[in-house]
Write a protein that binds this ligand. Structure first.
Ligand code: ADP
Ligand code: MG
Length: 345
């Protein structure tokens, strides 16, 4: 069972306050007619905040419903919790297909598609490896080399068999294990965003553990100013800011979850070909897209690809993205009108 440690929780709150600060001081004063309503909760193994800017008034019950959407997804897609659909798929690996909800099917379908697109740098079947490391839990540790070698044989997204008609998922080999940690938060952001929109919300910022989804704009014709964090494990600092609206700004980095053993740092983004945390000079990757789910998966994939391949991929796909390197230099492909500001500290 994974338990979030307090350090992570604290860091999540810091992310949240920094974002608030930026979004509220970006364009002069906060419009006074906007009554801001917000709530923070702990879901999907991270700090999740919903901040409503222009919305019909939200009663306790409405908040419950909105966070309920999140909890429902967690209860379906977690690979650590007992009884989830993903857990059933994993426990049935090599045995039988498992029928799942439309949401779970959709996330696994897109995850497999992105695994293909990224040549397996993003691979939802990396669970066989992440299950050994248990990063982010009280039980995190460096696995034995032979354990990793054995588990690597079980990592292969091509062996995730989907039946569109029956809505079933089958892992072909015993021991395979799906982990949707790099894509589920994005899907949840999309889902909660559209729930809020259906509920009459016009403007909102959702921050699910650094996965930022923006509903509408800050004001008519005024975008939100969003911060990109500096990849620094020791303190909280801002690397860049840019304007965005009606889309998601998703970051992945080696500073989010990690531990130290024998003087070495091990973080939570795994190279599915080696079974070890990435060590390729990329410290952080951010992607801007309308789909939070895709942005989430791409950001993780870019972290794994390494500099050259990541840049090649961004250019080939025409992605708006940023890579921050070991020496704190960066590459970015954002549109000019985002007014990217660097070196903010
Ligand atoms: P965060 O959860 O910090 O936002 P990511 O979106 O990059 O960061 O997701 C990292 C999580 O995704 C890990 O904790 C793990 O569960 C899973 N994961 C790690 N490496 C990969 C990978 N190469 N492909 C797919 N999922 C991964
Ligand atoms: Mg991700």
């Amino acid at each position: 069972m994974f338990v979030m440690n307090l350090k992570c929780l604290f860091r999540g709150f810091l992310t949240f306050f920094f974002l608030l600060f930026l979004s509220s001081c970006s364009n002069g004063e906060e419009a006074t007619f906007q009554e801001i309503q917000e709530k923070t909760d702990f879901a999907l193994n991270t700090v999740t905040t919903i901040k409503l800017y222009e919305a019909p008034s939200f009663a306790e019950e409405d908040w419950e419903k909105s966070f309920g959407v999140l909890r429902e997804l967690e209860d379906r897609m977690s690979s650590h919790k007992e009884g989830t659909e993903v857990m059933q798929i994993n426990l049935s690996a090599g045995l039988k297909p498992v029928r799942v909800s439309d949401d779970t099917f959709e996330v696994i379908r897109v995850a497999k598609e992105i695994a293909e697109e990224t040549d397996g740098n993003f691979d939802p079947s990396v669970g066989a490896i992440t299950k050994l490391w248990k990063i982010g839990s009280d039980d995190q540790h460096v696995p034995q080399k032979n354990e990793i070698e054995e588990a690597l044989k079980k990592v292969d997204y091509r062996k995730i068999i989907l039946d569109e008609k029956e809505k079933t998922v089958f892992l072909e080999e015993e021991g395979m294990w799906i982990d949707l940690g790099a894509i589920a938060k994005g899907f949840a952001s999309d889902k909660v965003s559209s729930h809020l929109s259906d509920r009459g919300v016009k403007r909102a910022i959702l921050n699910f553990g650094g996965n930022i989804a923006l509903l509408g704009s800050k004001e008519d014709g005024v975008a939100w100013k969003i911060a990109i964090r500096k990849p620094d494990r020791n303190r909280f600092a801002i690397y860049a800011s840019l304007f965005a609206q009606n889309e998601s700004v998703v970051s992945s980095g080696d500073y989010e979850r990690f531990f130290e053993q024998g003087g070495k740092i091990y973080h939570h983004i795994i190279n599915p070909f080696t079974g070890y945390p990435t060590e390729n000079g990329i410290r952080g990757a951010s992607v801007i897209l309308e789909s939070s789910m895709r942005a989430d998966a791409y950001a993780t994939a870019l972290m794994v690809m390494g500099k050259e391949r990541a840049i090649e991929f961004i250019e080939k796909k025409g992605l708006e993205a940023m890579l921050i390197f070991e020496d704190m230099s960066s590459y970015q492909s954002f549109n000019k009108d985002r007014n990217l500001e660097l070196g903010l500290e």
